[in-house]
Design a protein around this ligand. Structure first.
Ligand code: MSP
Length: 653
C-alpha cells in the first residue's frame, strides 16, 4: 500500500477578490502535492473556502443579496475562486466550503462535544473587537491601540458568549511547539511562545450573538460558532470527521501538513492543537508558516501601481511562468517583495534564457546534425561523467528541499543542473565537432548527455511548471517511463537512438520595457475605472446672510470678443459688454475647455465687483462664472451661458 500524504492550504475568505498573494500559498502547496505524487505517495490535497462570519454578512448586505448568494458568486461564479484554481492548474483532490451541509452539522457536533466535556462554558465577553479580522483582543494585545493583525481600528464590544478553555492547554501546546518540528520555520516557534503563550493564554471566546451568518449553536439559539472554530475543523470534516459524507480520516489524518500564511500561524499552532486535544484527535504532522508577498514592503493593494490580479498576470505571462516566478524568487518562509520588473526578469533569465534556450538549442542541433534521431554510437569523456554525477546530486538535494518545504532551494538545484548543461555546450562546442565526420560518435554523445540533463531537470520542474514540462518532454523524446522520478538522477534512460521533435518556443523572451508600459497603462485604466463616475463638491455647511450675498454684483455680460492670451496655454481674454457702454476685460483660465471662436456672441454671467487682478501683464476686472465637477476623476467645466434674450448688465439676484 502506498504511504499517504495529506496537505492543506488555508481555506479562503470569499470576501474580496483573490490577489497574487493568496495565489502564492495555493501554488506552493500544489507544487508540494505534485512532487509527493511524483514520489509515489497517495496524496490528499485539500483546499476550500471559509464562508461564514460578520464580514461576509455585512458585505452581502451592502451588495443587496443574501450571504449565501454572496459567497456562491465569489466561489462558483465566473472568474471566482474555483475558476482561478482551475486556471492556475491547482491539482487539489477535494474542495470544502464551510457552508456545505455535512460540515455545518459536523461543527455543531464538535462544539457540543467540547461543551459536554467541559472545555466550552458560557460566560460574558468584554473586549476590543476587530471586525475585518473577526477577532477579539485584550487591551494588552493591541498595537498602538489597533488590531495587532491588520492594524485597523478596534471597538469595545460585550456579549454573552461561550468560551473555550484554551488556558487549560497552554502547557501541552507549549510542549508540542518545543518538541520536534511541528511548527516551521523554527523562528515562528519562539514568536508563538514569547508573544502568546508566555504572557498567559486566555480562554477563547468561541460564539457570537451579534450576527447570525454562522454555524448555529444547536443547543442555544441566538449563538453562532466563532468562525475560526468552524474554519479550522474543515481539515478534519473534509476527511469525514463527525460526518458520513467522507470516510478518509483514518487514512489521511496521521499525515496531515498545514501550509499557512504567517499571520494565521497563531490559529494553527496554538488554538488548533488545543481544540484537537480537547476532542481527542492526534496532532497534525506539521504547520508551515510561509512569508508574505508584499509591495514596497507593505500590504498588497490595487493602488500600489503593480498589477496583482492573478488573472491578468496569468494572461500576460502564462500560468506556468507565474507559478514558477512565485516559488523560484522568494524564500518560502520569509516575506518577498513583489514587482512586475522582478517577474519579467525571472521569466527572461531562468525560463527563456537558461531553460528555454537549452531545450531549443539541443533539439535544433539533433535535427541539424542527425536529422532528428541520434545514432547509437557513443564516445564518452569526463565531462559526461560530471554531468551524470550532477544529475544524481541535484535530484537528491532537490528531494531533500522539497521534503522540507523549501521549494525555492529545490528549484535552485534544478537550475544548477541547467546552468551546468549550458556551460557544457560551450565547453563541448558541438558546432566544431560537426565539422569532422570522425567526431560523429562524440557529437552524438554530447547531444545525448544534454538530452539526459534536460530530462533530469524537467523531472524536477514538473511540480512547478507541469504544462511546459509535458511539452518539453515530448520535444526531447522522453516517454512516460523516462519521466519517472526514480529515473531522474540516472544517466542513460533515454533510448540510445532517441528522436527529438522540435516544437514551439517554451518561454518566449519578454520585451521588458513594452510589457511594463502595457501593465502601467492597465493599472492607470483600472485606477480610473475605480474612480466615481461623477463627483460634485459637497455643499458648504457655513451659511452667509442675505446682505452678504447681495454684495456680489452678478451681471449678464455679452461676449464681444475672445482671444487666447499670448504665452499662456490656459488663459482666454474676454472683451465684454456689461451694459455700461465701456468694454470690460476679464481673463479666465478656461482655454483647456473652449476655443475662443466658440464663445463670441454668447451671453455669460460674471461677478464684477472683485478687485482688479493682473495676469500675464493684462488686468482682469471680474470673473466669469462656471459650473465645475469631476467625471472619473477628471475635472470638467461649463461656462455659465444664459438666454441671449437677457440684456447686457441685467443684475442676477
Ligand atoms: N479564512 C482564513 C483561513 C482559515 S484556515 C482554517 C484566511 N483566509 S484568507 O483568504 O484571508 O487568506 C488565505 C491565505 O492567503 C492565508 O494563508 C494568508 O496568509 C494568505 N495570504 C493573503 N495575502 C497574502 C500575501 N500578500 N502573501 C502571501 N500570502 C498571503 O486567512
Amino acid at each position: 500500500m502506498k504511504e499517504t500524504f495529506y496537505i492543506t492550504t488555508p481555506i479562503y475568505y470569499p470576501s474580496a477578490k483573490l490577489h497574487i498573494g493568496h495565489t502564492y500559498c495555493t501554488v506552493a502547496t500544489d507544487a508540494i502535492a505534485r512532487y509527493k505524487r511524483l514520489r509515489g505517495y497517495d496524496v490528499m490535497f485539500l483546499t476550500g473556502t471559509d464562508e461564514h462570519g460578520q464580514k461576509i454578512e455585512e458585505k452581502a448586505k451592502e451588495a443587496g443579496v443574501t450571504p449565501q448568494q454572496f459567497v456562491d458568486e465569489i466561489v462558483t461564479g465566473e472568474g471566482g475562486i474555483l475558476d482561478l484554481w482551475k486556471l492556475m492548474n491547482i491539482s487539489n483532490d477535494r474542495f470544502i466550503r464551510t457552508t456545505d451541509d455535512y460540515h455545518v452539522a459536523a461543527v455543531q457536533k464538535i462544539f457540543k462535544k467540547m461543551y459536554d466535556n467541559g472545555d466550552i462554558y458560557k460566560g460574558a465577553y468584554k473586549g476590543k473587537y476587530c471586525t475585518p479580522c473577526e477577532s477579539f483582543w485584550t487591551e494588552s494585545q493591541l498595537v498602538d491601540g489597533k488590531c495587532p493583525d491588520c492594524g485597523r481600528e478596534v471597538h469595545d464590544a460585550e456579549e454573552e458568549a461561550y468560551f473555550f478553555r484554551l488556558s487549560k492547554y497552554a502547557k501541552p501546546v507549549q510542549e508540542l511547539l518545543e518538541s520536534g518540528t511541528f511548527l516551521e520555520p523554527a523562528s515562528r516557534v519562539n514568536e508563538m511562545i514569547n508573544n502568546f503563550i508566555k504572557p498567559g493564554l486566555e480562554d477563547l471566546c468561541v460564539s457570537r450573538t451579534s450576527f447570525s451568518w454562522g454555524v448555529p449553536v444547536d443547543f442555544d439559539p441566538g449563538h453562532v460558532v466563532y468562525v475560526w472554530v468552524d474554519a479550522l475543523f474543515n481539515y478534519a470534516t473534509a476527511m469525514g470527521y463527525m460526518n458520513d459524507r467522507y470516510n478518509d480520516l483514518d487514512k489521511y489524518w496521521p499525515n496531515v501538513h498545514h501550509i499557512v500564511g504567517k499571520e494565521i500561524v497563531r490559529f494553527h499552532s496554538i488554538i488548533w492543537p488545543a481544540m484537537l486535544m480537547s476532542v481527542g484527535m492526534p496532532m497534525p504532522q506539521k504547520v508551515y508558516g510561509h512569508g508574505w508577498l508584499v509591495i514596497d514592503g507593505g500590504k498588497m493593494s490595487k493602488s500600489k501601481g503593480n498589477v496583482v490580479d492573478p488573472y491578468v498576470l496569468a494572461e500576460k505571462f502564462g500560468v506556468d511562468a507565474l507559478r514558477f516566478f512565485l516559488l523560484r524568487t522568494f524564500p518560502f518562509g520569509s516575506d518577498g517583495n513583489f514587482s512586475n520588473e522582478l517577474l519579467i526578469n525571472t521569466i527572461n533569465v531562468d525560463l527563456a534564457n537558461s531553460l528555454g534556450n537549452l531545450v531549443s538549442r539541443t533539439t535544433a542541433m539533433v535535427e541539424k546534425y542527425f536529422g532528428g534521431t541520434l545514432p547509437a554510437d557513443r564516445c564518452h569523456d569526463a565531462l559526461d561523467d560530471e554531468i551524470s554525477a550532477m544529475m544524481k546530486e541535484c535530484t537528491e538535494k532537490y528531494a531533500g528541499f522539497m521534503d522540507a518545504f523549501q521549494p525555492h532551494l529545490a528549484l535552485e538545484e534544478a537550475f544548477r543542473l541547467i546552468g551546468r548543461a549550458n556551460k557544457y555546450i560551450d565547453e563541448s562546442a558541438p558546432w566544431v565537432l560537426a565539422k569532422d565526420e570522425a567526431n560523429r560518435a562524440r557529437l552524438a554523445t554530447v547531444l545525448y548527455t544534454l538530452l539526459e540533463a534536460i530530462r533530469s531537470a524537467l523531472t524536477m520542474l514538473v511540480p512547478f511548471i507541469p504544462e511546459s514540462c509535458a511539452k518539453a518532454f515530448e520535444q526531447i523524446g522522453a516517454d512516460a517511463a523516462a519521466q519517472a522520478w526514480e529515473k531522474a538522477g540516472e544517466y542513460g534512460v533515454l533510448p540510445a537512438e532517441v528522436s527529438v521533435h522540435k516544437g514551439e518556443t517554451l518561454f518566449p523572451r519578454i520585451d521588458a520595457a513594452a510589457m511594463l508600459a502595457e501593465l502601467e497603462a492597465m493599472q492607470e485604466a483600472a485606477k480610473k475605472a475605480a474612480l466615481p463616475a461623477l463627483e460634485v463638491e459637497p455643499l458648504t455647511e457655513e451659511t452667509i446672510d442675505f446682505d452678504t450675498f447681495c454684495k456680489s454684483d452678478l451681471r449678464a455680460v455679452k461676449i464681444k470678443n475672445c482671444e487666447a492670451v499670448k504665452k499662456s496655454d490656459k488663459l482666454l481674454k474676454f472683451t465684454l459688454d456689461d451694459g455700461t457702454g465701456t468694454d470690460r476685460i476679464i481673463l479666465s483660465g478656461i482655454h483647456k475647455y473652449y476655443e475662443p471662436d466658440q464663445l463670441i456672441g454668447k451671453t455669460a454671467v460674471a461677478i464684477l465687483n472683485l478687485p482688479p487682478r493682473k495676469m500675464m501683464g493684462v488686468e482682469s476686472n471680474g470673473m466669469l462664472i462656471s459650473a465645475v465637477h469631476k467625471e472619473k476623476g477628471e475635472e470638467k467645466l461649463h461656462l455659465m451661458l444664459i438666454d441671449d434674450a437677457v440684456p447686457a448688465g441685467a443684475k442676477l439676484c
